[in-house]
Design a protein around this ligand. Structure first.
Ligand SMILES: C[S@@+](CC[C@H](N)C(=O)[O-])C[C@H]1O[C@@H](n2cnc3c(N)ncnc32)[C@H](O)[C@@H]1O
Length: 251
């Protein structure tokens, strides 16, 4: 991981990550289905979940593939992976795997998932080009990411920072295209609902890494702004994702 701030964020969050990010079993089922539909792993397939976190989606992949290499630069996140012989933990970041500084335990992959990871990478096209070299013929890369604007009920300074930092899915699709993959960009959304109390706790926990850029005083001011803007007991908003699938030609 290139950024100490990012590492500190995920090491601190690891124990409570699933509480904040699993949202609900329905959300995990929905997202797992969207991933499996696109990556379509077969029983002989070797899969990598790169930036796997606690393995929320590696679990679904391991039910369909022969093995899932779960790579992440945060040891605390990797420590949350369920014990399962088909989930192989690997302490590595995307850059190290892409440029070959860390040799992956398998020579080639049939499917690579990067879900909500590329915003942590300084040069996504470079990483994508490197990962394409790890794909077997017919192999797939799926990038799941937020779009450039989101409808989250966050405070304005956080939304502004998000808009400044978030890579554009069109740019990721162009990078895959440029690396020789047949590329398809689609969007899907899931309706989320939280009480204002619950969402305030998530913001205080800095459930999104960008919230780590705000100190405690700024976070409390942000939560007051959220409560002013959304006085009702419940917050409802769509969680919209871009899914960029790239497929390598078979021959
Ligand atoms: C938002 S979490 C997503 C985790 C998991 N993919 C999921 O959707 O639940 C981002 C993950 O990316 C990892 N990460 C941060 N920088 C990375 C990098 N340069 N390469 C690979 N993973 C990275 C973090 O440690 C963290 O586990």
């Amino acid at each position: 991981m290139r950024s100490d701030v990012t590492r500190a964020h995920y090491d601190r969050l690891a124990g409570r990550y699933d509480e904040n990010w699993a949202y609900s079993p329905e959300f995990i089922r929905w997202m797992t289905g969207a991933i499996l539909d696109r990556l379509d792993p077969g029983p002989e397939d070797v899969v990598m979940d790169l930036g796997c976190g606690t393995g929320l989606y590696a679990r679904g992949l391991s039910g369909r593939a022969s093995v899932v290499v779960c790579a992440d630069p945060s040891p605390a996140m990797l420590a949350q992976l369920p014990a399962d012989e088909r989930l192989i933990p690997l302490h590595a970041d995307a850059e190290d795997l892409a440029d070959g500084r860390i040799t992956s335990p398998h020579a080639g992959y049939d499917a690579i998932l990067l879900k909500e990871v590329l915003h942590h990478v300084a040069d996504p096209p470079d990483v994508i080009a490197g990962l394409v070299r790890l794909l077997r013929p017919g192999g797939r890369i799926l990038v799941v990411m937020l779009p450039t604007t989101i409808d989250y009920p966050l405070f304005e300074a956080a939304l502004r920072l998000f808009r400044e930092r978030q890579p554009d899915p069109d740019g990721i699709a162009a990078a895959m295209d440029h690396s020789g993959l047949r590329t398809e960009l689609t969007y899907e959304e899931f309706p989320l609902a939280f009480t204002v109390e619950h969402y305030s706790r998530m913001v205080r926990d800095r459930y999104m890494s960008l919230l780590s850029s705000f100190d405690d005083t700024e976070i409390e001011a942000g939560i007051s702004e959220i409560r002013r803007n959304y006085p009702g007991p419940e917050l409802r908003f769509p969680d919209r994702f871009a899914l960029v699938l790239g497929t390598k030609e078979t021959a």
